[in-house]
Ligand binder design. Structure first.
Ligand SMILES: Cc1ncc(COP(=O)(O)O)c(C=O)c1O
Length: 402
């Protein structure tokens, strides 16, 4: 039972490990005893399990989610001068993978209700591109993009979809389809903060295209096949046997963890709503308490796996709220304070403040709260009480919408 002032971390990996230690430790000893660290049966078995889980024909392990994106784009022959549509409101790796190949990220805004890439913004960007080669939607925070609307755009322009599903393992779109099964490739991260987190870095690519899978397996291993023959230049981006074995042991628990996260989100929604908050389908200015919870996907088949639970508060008090939560020892994070179109390294693309109003508003107003599966009722109540009281006492009397 946590005392009133015990720290509440944003993510408590030790709590998850305590419950799994007896399962995971023998598996790690197994790998150590085998001394088979690269490739081999542990990797093959995990790749097959992930393909089965996502409902795809193939899965290709690699060293990180960033590399999953990079290897996907390399296998799709994306290169200098090519354009790839992606959101600006995402983790850096989404656009970093495009840029590293000499291609150009073409930014799109988000739908403020879902935080996902806005379909109209994608349509407009695709029509304006002269050399569009791929669309890279990001299922941000664990909720699927509107894939049914994005697919016809990709089809009309004859380009593949690379799903950035790094935050979205197990999530389903409005038609009930698994993240990673809808695009030409789906890219996952096993960074420890993800719903399926490794004991270090790791990533994986799913696809239904056998030739693409074979090429990605070569690319992750310096483009080598057979041994010491290189038909193209790849990279060293393999998923270690140790990571594969640990992730495989955790995989059967993934849906239960997602369920626990969904129940936590239900509790947050209910308690914040009782305090007068609304959800992202509304404006901050509409709510008695100017705080927005994430609106749930409307379709019954959709599944939000809540890798993050982000609230919105007025931009003028967001950083003061952060300082207050530090004092109160309540973990939190801003995903993401500086949108990619305003990052110094992408200055040459000409992005300016005001280009993507919904993205910029989210960057200024959003705040992620703890949502991990082991969070207790008392912890959730303390978080809601602390946040709601601060917002009530400090929110400006008139809150502006975008
Ligand atoms: C949306 C998104 N894309 C890509 C990545 C990159 O994954 P990794 O950290 O495993 O390289 C992440 C990781 O945080 C992510 O959140």
């Amino acid at each position: 039972m946590s005392a009133d002032h015990d720290p509440i971390p944003l993510l408590d990996l030790k709590a998850q490990y305590a419950a799994l230690r007896d399962v995971v430790e023998p598996i790690m000893h197994d790998v150590a005893d085998s001394q088979w660290f690269i490739g081999g049966p542990k990797l093959d078995a995990f790749e097959q399990a992930m393909a089965d889980y996502c409902g795809t024909s193939h899965a290709v392990g690699c060293a990180s989610g960033s590399d999953a994106l990079l290897v996907s784009l390399m296998a799709l022959d994306i290169g200098p001068g090519d354009e790839v549509i992606c959101p600006s409101y995402t983790f850096f790796a989404t656009a970093g993978s495009i840029w590293r190949l000499g291609a150009r990220p073409v930014w799109v805004d988000i739908d403020p209700t879902t935080y996902q890439s806005d379909v109209q913004s994608i349509t407009t960007a695709a029509d304006q591109c002269s050399n569009l080669k791929a669309i890279m939607p990001v299922h941000l925070f664990g909720q699927a993009c509107n894939m049914a609307a994005i697919e016809p755009i990709a089809e009309a322009h004859g380009v593949p979809i690379v799903e950035d599903a790094a935050q979205a393992i197990g999530c389903r779109d409005d038609r009930g389809r698994m993240a990673g099964s809808m695009g030409t490739t789906g890219c996952f991260s096993f960074f420890p903060s993800k719903n399926l987190g490794g004991f270090g870095d790791g990533g994986l690519i799913t696809t239904n295209d056998a030739d693409l899978a074979a090429r990605m397996k070569r690319l992750r291993n310096h483009g080598m096949e057979p041994k010491y023959i290189h038909h193209e230049v790849g990279l060293n981006s393999r998923l270690d046997a140790m990571q594969a074995a640990v992730l495989h042991a955790k995989l059967p628990h993934l849906n239960d963890w997602a369920r626990a996260r969904q129940l936590n989100a239900d509790d947050y929604d209910r308690m914040f709503s009782e305090a007068g908050a609304g959800d992202t389908a509304q404006q901050l200015s509409d709510c008695e308490l100017p705080l927005l919870c994430p609106a749930r996907p409307a379709a019954e088949q959709a599944e939000h796996i809540f890798n993050q639970y982000c609230i919105r508060v007025p931009a003028t008090i967001r950083d003061a709220l952060r300082a207050h939560l530090v004092e109160q020892k309540i973990g939190h994070e801003v995903y993401y304070p500086v949108p990619l179109h305003l990052q110094p390294c992408f200055e040459s693309l000409g992005g300016a403040e005001g280009d993507l109003p919904y993205t910029e508003a989210a960057a200024n107003e959003s705040l992620a709260l703890p949502i991990y599966a082991e969070l207790t009722q008392a912890q959730k109540e303390r978080i809601v009480t602390t946040v709601a009281a601060f917002v009530r006492a400090n929110a400006p009397s008139a809150v502006q919408g975008v």
